[in-house]
Design a protein around this ligand. Sequence first.
Ligand code: GNR
Ligand code: NI
Length: 170
Amino acid sequence: MALLPILEFPDPRLRTKAAPVDPAWVPGEEAQRLFDDMFETMYEAPGIGLAATQVDVHRRFMVIDVSEDRSQPLVFINPEITARSGEQVCQEGCLSVPGIYADVTRAGAITVKALDRKGAAFEMQAVGLLAVCIQHEMDHLDGKLFVDYLSPLKREMVRKKLAKARRSAA
Ligand code: GNR
Ligand code: NI
């Protein structure tokens, strides 16, 4: 197990569109180790989700656990949203945009199909925080960040705030 470095905004690598995962790769040792390392990195951060893009792996998968007691790890490989309905507004944060929180409007309920960490296909319905998190992680796989939903002016303020925080941390 290992902690992986998380890319931070405005790193251009966060803008990469991830490529589909070859299902034959999923049961292999490299993929399984990566899932474990991503869970460890997410739990340690701590966060409720982590997309492969954030650890500089440009393949379509993510790990999520929105449970209070960190007991419900989910892996979504080649995820696709097949239905969406309603709206919800959630104050979002992102491990790649540390210390910044903003309201984002997303679908209230979704149906998502994906492969699990054994490579088996599944479909699930999600509402609430899990639905938000799935949509947030799928945006990462398309090179999109929650700050992209803010106005250009607010996004520039975020960029400056992070640059300043990094300078004083150095
Ligand atoms: O840990 C996280 N919390 C969170 C809170 C509200 C909406 C989305 C998220 S995802 C985030 C982890 C992360 O950056 N995943 O990409
Ligand atoms: Ni994020």
